[in-house]
Design a protein around this ligand. Structure first.
Ligand code: EPU
Length: 366
């Protein structure tokens, strides 16, 4: 099955529940809009077909990469294996009389199971439309529901983990469906079990517990100020969502307009003593104390201070709107974007002695 061919148009075969495409272009499947190809692409509409697909020798014996919307990925070359594009759909909501385990709620809540292939932002808007709170700060984040727990997406003082009861996945090692509860998922800042055991799990669905109401989080990064500008003094979750939409669209470049993968660098978490020393030397540096006593420091501030905000080398650049965002102005290749990212990492390390880590998955980097 599927000999390697690079000189012919992609061939599609509908297998019932999934479609196979050989030598498939991934250019429209990553938001950095990098040209790359997959030896085999499987578009999966029915997750129960995964075991059948994974049993083909060409799939079983080769490399695997699970792709949602490709909004958190940089391809530095072609992928010599099978890309699984999760395109499963569907939501199942079950009302709960009392609040769930991880949420503080003064009303009823719901347990909502949703297929991995749904778009995250569509899901957030659906929950708000149904009258559930919790995900309002996380509106407009690109990507799929299945990708959300993997990097524990977060914005404006909230992380998705807070509302995840469990994650359903296909365990490639054990060859069975598993339900991983909140504790097993080992969530951290842009981190989870799935990042520590790469290649083991294929997330097929996520189970959330969302309350009807909760104390809203509006004290972060300009939300209160935006609510005041909107003339809202008693905000509901949809007001907070509207404020976040305004802040995100004014600060972050839209991947539909200019290729990017959101924050390309994580905010480093460092020892408090080192953070204090850096803050003394650089009073403008934003420092956020963490529950474990360490400190998260602003990568965007350091990148800007190191002179990289708005730089452009060919079509690879650092956004002039937000210094964390690597952008593709047009035809930048994966290696060109990665080379610029590495220059940023080296420049920040030379000036601050802190090594930045990329936030997206970098495919093919050595
Ligand atoms: N800042 C700069 N220069 C810039 C941008 C920001 O100096 O170009 C400074 C700001 O003045 C502020 C600090 O950096 O003091 C923090 O900025 P911001 O509030 O924009 O947040 P961030 O820490 O840079 C994080 C997330 C974003 C999320 C925002 C808003 C990470 C890696 N990024 O950025 O998430 O939208 O908070 O909550 O944690 C993403 O993960 O893709 C993403 C966009």
């Amino acid at each position: 099955m599927l000999p390697e061919r690079t000189d012919m148009p992609a061939e599609r075969v509908d297998m019932g529940g999934y479609t196979l495409i050989e030598n498939a272009s991934l250019a429209n499947r990553n938001t950095l809009r990098v040209a790359a190809r997959a030896k085999l692409l499987a578009e999966i509409r029915d997750a129960t077909k995964l075991p059948e697909l994974l049993d083909f020798p060409a799939v079983r014996n080769g490399r695997l990469l699970v792709l949602g919307e490709g909004s958190n990925m940089l391809f530095t070359g072609d992928f010599d294996g099978t890309v699984l594009a999760m395109e499963t759909r569907g939501v199942h909501a079950e009302a709960l009389a009392t609040s769930g385990v991880q949420v503080e709620s003064d009303g009823d809540s719901a347990r909502i199971a949703i297929a991995a292939g749904e778009r995250w932002d569509d899901f957030v808007r659906w929950t708000l439309g149904q009258g559930y709170a919790g995900l309002e700060n996380l509106i407009l984040i690109p990507g799929t529901v299945g990708a959300a727990p993997i990097q524990n997406i977060g914005a404006y003082g909230c992380e998705v983990a807070e509302f995840i009861e469990s994650v359903e996945a296909w365990d490639i090692r054990e060859r069975r469906v598993v339900t991983l509860d909140h504790a097993t998922c080992a969530f951290g800042y842009r981190d989870s079990l799935f990042k520590h055991e790469p290649g083991r799990y294929i997330v097929t669905a996520v189970r959330f517990v969302l309350p009807r109401s909760r104390p809203l989080r509006t004290d972060y990064a300009g939300i209160n100020e935006q609510l005041a500008r909107m003339g809202v003094d008693k905000p509901a979750p949809f007001h907070v969502a509207e404020a976040v939409v305004h802040l995100r669209t004014s600060k972050l470049p839209d991947p539909m307009v200019i290729g990017n993968a959101g924050s390309f660098f994580k905010n480093p978490i460092i020892d408090a003593a080192l953070a204090d020393a850096l803050k003394r030397e650089h009073p403008g540096l934003a420092v956020w104390p963490q529950p474990d006593g360490r400190c998260k420091i602003s990568a965007a501030w350091m990148i800007e201070a190191a002179g990289f905000k708005g730089v452009r080398e060919g079509d690879a650049g650092i956004s002039n709107r937000h210094a964390l965002v690597l952008v593709n102005h047009g035809k930048a290749s994966g290696p060109e974007l990665w080379a610029l990212a590495q220059r940023v990492i080296a420049g920040v390390e030379a000036k601050f002695g802190v090594r930045l880590e990329p936030e997206p998955v970098v495919i093919g980097a050595v």
